[in-house]
Design a protein around this ligand. Structure first.
Ligand code: 1GP
Length: 251
């Protein structure tokens, strides 16, 4: 059930999967957290479990290994690599696509449009597929790097109505994906009721991530309406979870 291997149009394939009610599994690799030597094992497990794509990035990359990590993945498999940048410096032409994130849950103008203006000329000439994405930070019960680094408050986890209106506004602005994120290592993932409310209010695909630490939580996210489920931390801790996560999301 893998997504778009060797594809040239990743967004088209995400929309197709949604229309066919196929749920997608994205493995998040944060080059700050994963040891380069461990990537091979994660790739082998991802291929075996038919993971759909790799997201690569982090809110605070200090190690200069983004290019290297992507090169290793590209040399080992056909699973698409999608940049999930925490800053405009996290750019690599070796990836297949880039989530062009606008932090629509926050009110930091730089992260709504400022950084986009700065990076636009480079992205325009890049070979990357650019996928505009409304990024919504949801309170996951612990302060997150994203919240601190972006200087924005997350949407309270009980405020489904604010999340719904934010996602609708993002869709009306022409964004192609909505990504609701409780933040890496969140105590509480985005609630089933919020996922259900938002997925029922928009037509564009919905990505859910943050604090999904077990196959049961991944399953809950897809049953509630997630189109793509992203898992990072739990896989860093125990890569062998990949097979079970994949089954929970795909079956
Ligand atoms: C964070 O959504 C991602 O931006 C994944 O979160 O690392 O908690 O799985 P975890």
């Amino acid at each position: 059930m893998e997504l778009m291997q060797g594809s040239v149009n990743i967004y088209r394939d995400i929309v197709k999967a949604k229309s066919e009610k196929r749920k997608l599994f994205a493995i998040l690799i944060d080059p700050d957290k994963i040891k380069i030597g461990k990537i091979d094992a994660v790739i082998a497990l991802a291929v075996g479990a038919k993971a759909d794509c790799f997201f690569i990035g982090g809110s605070f990359i200090v190690n200069d290994v983004l290019d290297e990590a992507i090169a290793i993945i590209k040399a080992s498999c056909n699973i698409p690599v999608i940049l999930f940048p925490g800053s405009s410096r996290q750019l690599s032409y070796k990836a297949d696509a880039l989530l062009f994130l606008s932090l629509i849950s926050g009110r930091n103008a730089d992260l709504l449009i400022g950084k986009h203006v700065e990076s636009a000329p480079f992205l325009k000439i890049s070979p990357l597929e650019i996928i505009s994405t409304g990024y919504m930070l949801i309170d996951g019960g612990v302060p997150t790097s994203v919240s601190y680094m972006s200087n924005t408050y997350p949407i309270p986890d009980s405020k489904d109505d604010i999340a719904v209106c934010t996602a609708i506004a993002g869709e009306m602005l022409g964004l192609k994906l909505i990504y609701m994120d409780a933040g890496s290592g969140a105590l509480n993932p985005v609630s089933g009721s919020m996922i259900e409310a938002v997925s029922g209010a928009i037509e564009i695909p919905l990505i859910i991530g943050g604090g999904i630490s077990s196959p049961e939580l991944a399953r809950k996210a897809v049953i509630s309406g997630a189109d793509i489920v992203v898992v990072g931390n739990a896989i860093e801790k125990d890569p062998k979870l990949i097979a079970e996560l994949s089954a929970a999301i795909h079956d």
